[in-house]
Design a binder for this molecule. Structure first.
Ligand code: HEM
Length: 362
């Protein structure tokens, strides 16, 4: 049987922090010093400064964390360059950024775009290193707006992944515990409890983000390259490059996969390509489990109530999240039909996701 620690390492999963990194990422690399100094002074960002940046060399021999830092730095600079002028984006990313970006993208097996992996998982640090892992004590390192609201948006997402770890641990253990009714019951209860606990993470996000700051400032940093993009000197990118969005986070995708819930939604499927490769692999392996057999065991061992409790918690969480979306997008926009990053009516879209979840009650 595969060693548990190896399995967690293979999927870049932590027993204590789930899909979130246990420690802050790297924020310094000799070859990236000029790039990083631009990112530390965004108020004075001048797109013409990009052309004088040296092209990063030796990417193929970087450690994993150095590669993630290189990805964060390059995709953030590309973003700033592209969207410097919102009315007329710079759609050609210059060669000195384009070439390393494409090389990093191939090595990480992610699209050449700023994603939640970079903005959230590899862009946080402690405020006070002697205090705990909590949004009140964590911040983003390269921040578009320099606001605490932006900190809470990303570190809140980190914290939700962290709170999700007991549920993910149970999902991992359930792979081999399905013939043991006591074990199965314990894990199903754990998952429901865990999903309930996620509400506290979402509440921190709700409480600490001013909707006007989110709508008018933070959202500016979440755009896709929707006017097309050319990476100078590189093979054309044929896919749509969406912007950073929490829909790319793995936790709910894995809960859904474990329960056999399929939303049959093109946009959600597209977001999976922007996840970390190792997290995509876990998602694929959970989807390959025999859900039908698990549901038969749930019925056989009289665990239907425990199963349904998970579904109810998931729906309740999703309803609360819809409230957060309404508060931060629809209200400040003043338009009830405001569209989300997925391009559809937000309330209808999220209600459909909740409805598909509810349809999986036994
Ligand atoms: C200001 C805070 C937030 C706003 C305004 C917001 C808004 C939205 C919107 C509009 C959607 C619909 C899809 C789209 O158009 O992009 C969505 C979906 C989603 N959001 Fe959020 N969101 C927020 C915070 C979060 C956080 C902190 C997380 C957790 C990490 C999260 C996770 C998700 C997920 C997983 C989906 C996909 C639907 C689902 O699985 O239920 N969101 N969000």
């Amino acid at each position: 049987m595969e060693n548990v620690a190896l399995k967690y390492a293979k999927y870049h999963l932590s027993k204590t922090h789930g899909f979130c990194t246990e420690v802050p990422g790297l924020f310094d690399l000799k070859d990236l010093k000029p790039h990083i100094s631009i990112l530390k002074d965004l108020k004075n960002f001048d797109p013409s400064s990009i052309s004088s940046l040296p092209m990063q060399q030796g990417i193929e021999s970087l450690s994993y964390n150095e590669l993630e830092l290189s990805c964060l730095v390059h995709t953030t600079l590309n973003y700033l360059y592209y969207w410097h002028n919102l009315d007329k984006p710079n759609t050609v990313i210059p060669l000195n950024l384009a070439q390393p970006t494409m090389q990093i993208s191939k090595l990480l097996d992610r699209p050449p775009m700023l994603t939640m992996v970079s903005s959230q998982l590899y862009n946080w640090d402690y405020i006070d290193p002697n205090k705990g892992f909590h949004p009140d004590n964590t911040k983003v390192v390269f921040s578009f707006t320099g606001t605490r609201d932006e900190d809470y948006f990303f570190t809140g997402a980190n914290y939700i992944e962290y709170l999700g770890s007991p549920g993910i641990n149970s999902i991992m253990e359930l792979e081999t515990a399905q013939n043991n009714p006591e074990e199965m019951k314990k894990h199903l209860e754990n998952i429901a409890k865990c999903i309930f606990s996620l509400r506290s993470g979402l509440e921190l996000v709700r409480k600490n983000i001013d909707p006007d700051v989110f709508y008018h400032k933070i959202r500016r940093g979440l755009k896709g390259f929707d006017k097309g993009v050319i990476f100078e000197g590189q093979e054309p990118v044929t896919m749509m490059l969406m912007g950073t969005t929490p829909t790319q986070t793995p936790l709910f995708k894995v809960f859904d996969a474990f329960l056999g819930i399929c939303h049959d939604d093109e946009y959600l499927t597209q977001t999976e390509l922007f996840m970390k490769k190792q997290h995509r692999e876990l998602l694929r392996d959970i989807r390959n489990r025999d859900v039908k057999k698990m549901k038969e065991n749930v019925k056989k061992f009289d665990l239907k109530d425990d199963w349904n409790r998970i579904i109810v918690e998931l729906c309740e969480y999703r309803k609360i999240h819809t409230g957060v979306a309404v508060r931060n997008i629809i209200k400040p926009s003043g338009q009830s039909l405001e569209k989300g990053t997925g391009g559809s009516n937000i309330v209808q879209y999220l209600a459909r996701i909740t409805k598909t979840t509810m349809a999986n009650m036994m």
